[in-house]
Design a protein around this ligand. Structure first.
Ligand code: ARG
Length: 588
């Protein structure tokens, strides 16, 4: 469906044209003075020069042309040349009815669907998920859903970190603890055990221990480097042990991401890109893009327009080892061959910005992607605690994601039980849904690139700009609708009338912004625009609700209209939160 703002602009543009002015001056926007009008056109001021005429005269002519236009209820020319507009209730109701009948609630699917890969999550195997991974998963999941809703083919890839020194460290620590395992016996030719020699909790304890040891113990570190090389060279026992690490870790990650309502289409890993490296390096050398510099193989990626230094992209270190950058480039080769994406979007901490600048420039310069392939990096800021420093546990340690979720859920459970006596099992499930909304909305309502403060009290509150407030609003609507049904009513479509009061009109005016909001959120890859929209919509609904006795209304047609308006509001809110990656309970 066309956006309402475009329909309104069209009317005003036609009026400019009918008065002998260029139509483009009629472009109209939402008023920033809602006390004076709903929409506003400033074109008369812009037209002054061309027509050598006082803007107010132009505005008056156009306003006169618009008198009697059924789209508007009020048109005023105001000094020095504004055209202030209010839309008619009939026009608004007509738009709302069309929105109600539209499967996608007025959002038009793109005419040119693109294939987009979103690289998010980015967990590292064998390391517990901590709050630093939360943002990547939460923002990436939302962007994936927004792009899909806009009509694109979107592939989400978790791109696990499973390569490099971290793996060598773990293997070496396992060896130190269990030296007799067959994986370390190079003469062993039999089958390796099917069972992993560690559980997930052991594994999660092994990595930090190994990492700490490598900082103190030079010999241990050397051994870990060697183990890394052996793994990468494909030594059988090391590969088998690594496979166990992957299996145990991925099974656990799946549970964690599942709890976050985050779903990946691909569970690809850094290691999957390794087979593409030799061929890619050969190609870069052959075509003259990559050359040796102090033993390392590099690609120069500077641009004349650079204002700050962009270091060359190192493809291979002087010892021949590949780097994080090399893996990302080889992953691009793999993706281009396998999926031919039109765009790739990456989520990672904003401190990785230079890394992605290098990868993107190198990929373009060396022709791994075409000129048209979109490459974008969404760098997110840090999630801080109330002290303004990176979020920690109360004891000052790294906060595991599981623990954060558990703490929030407990807090929500306490509040739910306190509110009314609920069945404990149902309250637990509700607490899980509301807790997730608190975490995700708290994150997504901030612009991704900014640092934000994770404030448990604020995020779990049922009041203010929070996830629980949005869910509370949805549940309130659901409860009115179910009471209406219990009283014998049925919720249908197609009976919404022109608004009967200011609060109702205001609610409609918020609803009609839905398609424009989604379009903008997709174009700017900005879920926070959806948060702002649903917050305004929830507020508009609550205002309407407080000034209206819906279930007690005697005029049946009016009541039917309100019920349908409520149901539409519910649908828009529920679609909105689904795009943010959470959902509402039936009761709370
Ligand atoms: N595993 C990386 C980390 O923890 C994030 C991966 C981001 N994606 C990528 N293609 N580099 O920092």
């Amino acid at each position: 469906m066309k956006k309402i703002l475009d329909l309104i602009s069209q009317e005003v543009m036609d009026a400019f044209a009918a008065c002998g002015y260029e139509a483009s001056y009629g472009k109209t926007g939402i008023s920033n003075r809602p006390d004076l009008c709903e929409y506003q056109c400033n074109g008369a001021m812009a037209a002054k020069k061309k027509y050598q005429k006082a803007p107010i005269l132009i505005a008056q002519e156009v306003a006169a042309k618009l008198q009697g236009n059924p789209v508007f209820e009020e048109v005023n020319a105001v000094n020095p040349g504004f055209i202030n507009l209010r839309v008619s209730g009939d026009f608004l109701a007509d738009y709302i009815l069309k929105m109600q009948a539209d499967r996608d609630l007025s959002v038009e699917k793109t005419a040119q669907p693109k294939t987009i890969i979103i690289d998010y999550g980015g967990a590292n195997v064998a390391k517990p998920l901590h709050v630093g991974h939360l943002r990547s998963a939460v923002i990436g999941e939302s962007i994936k859903r927004i792009a899909r809703f806009a009509g694109h083919r979107v592939i989400g890839d978790v791109h696990l970190g499973d390569w490099g020194l971290q793996m060598g460290l773990i293997i070496t620590e396992v060896r130190r603890r269990q030296p007799d395992l067959p994986y370390f016996d190079e003469s062993y030719t039999g089958e390796y055990p099917a069972e992993a020699p560690f559980t997930i909790s052991e594994l999660e304890e092994i990595y930090p221990a190994a990492s700490a040891r490598s900082k103190e113990d030079e010999a241990f570190r050397a051994e870990a480097l060697q183990a890394t090389a052996k793994l990468q060279d494909g030594v059988r026992g090391y590969r088998a042990l690594w496979q166990h690490i992957l299996n145990v870790s991925i099974a656990d990650l799946k549970v964690n991401y599942d709890n976050l309502n985050v779903e990946f289409d691909l569970w690809k890993k850094e290691s999957d890109a390794q087979p593409y490296i030799p061929e890619m390096v050969e190609y870069m050398k052959r075509e003259g893009y990559a050359y040796e510099d102090q033993g390392a193989l590099i690609v120069d990626i500077r641009k004349e327009t650079d204002t700050k230094e962009v270091p060359p992209c190192i493809i291979l270190k002087s010892d021949g080892a590949a780097l994080y950058t090399t893996t990302d480039l080889a992953t691009i080769v793999d993706r281009m061959r396998t999926y031919r994406p039109d765009a790739m979007i990456y989520l990672a901490d904003k401190r990785q910005e230079m890394h992605f600048t290098q990868v993107f420039r190198c990929a373009r310069r060396t022709g791994l992607v075409s000129e048209e392939t979109g490459l974008s990096f969404i760098g997110f800021g840090t999630m801080n605690g109330r002290d303004g420093r990176p979020f920690k546990t109360r004891e000052g340690g790294v906060m595991r994601l599981e623990r954060l979720i558990a703490e929030i859920n407990d807090e929500m459970y306490r509040k739910i039980i306190e509110n009314h006596d609920a069945d404990p099992q149902e309250a637990r499930e509700t607490a899980r849904l509301v807790g997730l909304s608190a975490i995700k909305y708290g994150d997504l309502s901030n612009q991704a690139s900014k640092d934000y403060i994770f404030d448990t009290d604020k995020f779990t509150s049922f009041e203010g700009n929070t996830g629980p407030y949005i869910l509370y609003t949805i549940v309130r609507i659901k409860s009115i609708l179910s009471k209406y049904r219990e009283n014998g009513g049925s919720v249908e479509e197609g009976h919404i009338l022109a608004p009967s009061g200011a609060g109702e009109k205001n609610l409609m005016m918020e609803l009609v912004k839905f398609n424009g909001t989604i379009e903008q959120a997709y174009e700017e890859l900005a879920p926070h625009k959806i948060c702002a929209f649903i917050y305004d919509l929830a507020n508009a609904f609550n205002r309407f609700y407080h000034e209206t006795r819906i279930l007690g209304e005697e005029d049946a047609a009016r009541q039917t209209s309100w019920i349908e308006l409520l149901d539409l509001t519910r649908k828009v809110l529920e679609t909105g939160i689904d795009l943010l990656g959470f959902s509402a309970p039936e009761r709370m």
